[in-house]
Design a binder for this molecule. Structure first.
Ligand code: FEO
Length: 410
């Protein structure tokens, strides 16, 4: 059997990008990534998705190992973002495929990004089935996770679900999940979910339910990034992890995010952390400087946190710029079910805590207490105020955990 076989006559023909560190230009990918594409050798030789343009030759080499690229009859485009469609124009030029399949929304993406004048494109709907000869592909609407065009493809005869970005992870160290360290995999799935999928988390339960309704059996889940899940244990693991991440039930951890100029706000952050531990030593505390931690790493840390505190000194009547960047990024990702607090030092006007309060309000993260402001240096009263803020935040988190437990049990 070919080392890249998923099953008889179905092959991984994608590309490993060991050097990718800036996934899509906004999210760290410290382990690199892969762009997965797949060949199905049937009466209609079918390519499912392609790769980033810089990896076109690699994909062609991998295709040539199993089939002549000119013999490709069908191309399925589950999603037209350029990490999956970057090699599309080249492979269409070589293969001159009889048909290119995409979702209805995918038509817009295809026509917007490529000269499709001579392309024979067929838009497919949720539930539509095409025949490849011995096999069929049925299409499942991706419910806008994470582009309007996103869809999944299922081969009933082999029980293979090509899930595109859904269930993806930025891992470059193995084609199959059973060869990947589980703790690293879990971190990578959280990282991907919290930086790519999170704004659409509310659609995930329906998508999971639609997948289970649409498929008879799942033997393999083959995403377009990272490792492929091919054991029942791994399939259950990734479905359960997605369910858990989508629910965003508050976890017993608090993130403290801060920036600082002359270290007063930094000292405040550590006192808030002390207060949280006084409330309950079992609450995990993670204190992250925005100078030392990328915005995507902060989002990944949020996956396990049910509460968040922000601290910034006042600078030019507002907050420091790196904190603004983190807040803008986090707001777009729409985290849910968190409680929050804010604090900051100032010398003159002290607008930072108001700006932080407004940012939390825009994210619908309720403040558990009035912000703590500190003029110049952290004094005894300020220290106690920060510790008290930490205690209050810890208590609010424990209540929030209870509340969400009740709401799930109701
Ligand atoms: Fe993997 Fe949305 O691209």
């Amino acid at each position: 059997m070919h080392p890249n076989s998923l099953t008889e006559n179905i092959y991984w023909v994608g590309a490993v990008d060991y050097d990718e560190r800036d996934f899509h230009g906004y999210s760290l990918s410290p382990r690199g990534t892969t762009y997965n594409a797949y060949i199905i050798k049937d009466t209609k030789v079918t390519l499912v998705d392609t790769v980033k343009d810089t990896k076109t030759e690699t994909m062609l080499e991998n295709i040539r190992e199993v089939v002549n690229p000119e013999d490709i009859d069908y191309i399925v485009c589950n999603h037209l973002e350029l990490d999956h469609a970057g090699a599309l124009a080249k492979i269409v030029e070589i293969a001159k495929p009889e048909k290119i399949f995409c979702s209805l929304a995918g038509l817009k993406s295809l026509n917007g990004q490529f000269d499709t004048t001579d392309w024979n494109i067929q838009a497919v709907r949720d539930g539509e089935i095409i025949s490849l000869g011995e096999r069929t592909i049925s299409f499942i609407d991706g419910l806008r996770i994470h582009w309007p065009d996103s869809m999944l493809s299922y081969i009933k005869e082999d029980g293979i679900l090509f899930s595109n970005d859904v269930f993806g992870q930025n891992i470059s160290s193995g084609i199959f999940a059973d060869g990947v360290d589980r703790a690293m995999m879990t971190h990578a799935v959280k990282e991907y979910f919290y930086n790519i999928v999170l704004p659409f988390a509310k659609h995930v339960p329906k998508l999971l339910s639609n997948i289970l309704k649409a498929v008879d059996t799942i033997s393999i889940i083959a995403p377009d990034h990272g490792a492929i899940f091919r054991t029942q244990e791994d399939i259950e693991y990734i479905l359960n992890l997605y369910k858990d991440l989508a629910e965003q039930k508050p976890k017993k951890k608090i993130l403290i995010i801060y920036d600082t100029m002359w270290h007063t706000t930094e000292k405040m952050a550590y006192q808030v952390g002390k207060g949280i531990k006084e409330c309950d030593p079992a609450i995990e505390v993670e204190i992250l400087s925005v100078k030392s931690n990328h915005h995507s790493a902060i989002m990944t840390a949020l996956a396990d946190s049910g509460a968040i505190a922000f601290g910034s000194p006042t600078h030019n009547n507002t907050i420091l710029p790196l904190m603004s960047a983190v807040l803008t990024y986090m707001k777009g990702l729409k985290p849910q079910n968190r409680v929050g607090a804010c604090f900051g030092s100032f010398g003159w006007s002290g607008e930072a805590t108001r700006v932080l309060t407004e940012a939390l309000s825009e994210m619908r993260i309720p403040l558990v207490s009035e912000p703590v402001k500190m003029l110049y240096c952290l004094d005894e009263y300020g220290t106690e105020s920060c510790i008290d803020l930490g205690r209050t935040l810890g208590k609010a988190l424990l209540e929030s955990i209870e509340k969400h437990k009740d709401s799930l049990n109701a």
